[in-house]
Design a protein around this ligand. Sequence first.
Ligand code: ADX
Length: 215
Amino acid sequence: MTIARAQADRVARPEAETTVSRDISWQRGKVTADDRARLFRQRPATVWLTGLSGSGKSAIAVELEQRLIEAGHACFVLDGDNVRHGLNRDLGFSPTDRKENIRRVAEVAKLFNDAGLFVVTAFISPYREDRETAREIVGPDRFIEVYLSADVEACERRDPKGLYAKARAGQIPEFTGISAPYEPPLAPELTIDTGTASLHDSVATLFDFVSGRRL
Ligand code: ADX
């Protein structure tokens, strides 16, 4: 096996877990991860933002994306509210639906990384187990878990979409932080206290961290 073939295999997943049909097989491409890294001049990664609604995930994601693009890096944001308008429009907020939401998003992030792009995700992703699944799907060497640690009080004070008020009034069932759990990461690659740090400082911290790790 050539080194190039070994690299291509690294992003393939021929052993993929249960599939509906057994009559499918993995089709290999001729372009390797190294070929794409040379083309885009970057080693892609998935920056996985997790935190409560209102903790700043979407705002930080779009700012980071802009900074990466300005620095010449191909990048794309996957955002919870947006993905739930299309790919995941069939999913609600039960634990089972959130799990499937995160699984699908992780598969998309993996595909984008395989294609050579940076990905920034903005999903509450409240369950540790689901984030660990995402880490496995994307690949631990590419997965950068970033915990935006603003607490419920801070997020509720901001309440940018008025959702906490609605949840308190009983109008949104299973609302994370109010009537559904959030399990903080135990060993994230980075934590940013967005309850106190400004958007500008949070993005600067994150950009420096990603630059140091991947660019
Ligand atoms: S996740 O838990 O499955 O990761 P996701 O990030 O996709 O959630 O979607 C969260 C967004 O959906 C929130 O920012 C909010 O705008 C909206 N939302 C609607 N209902 C809920 C709910 N019950 N809990 C949390 N967020 C909700």
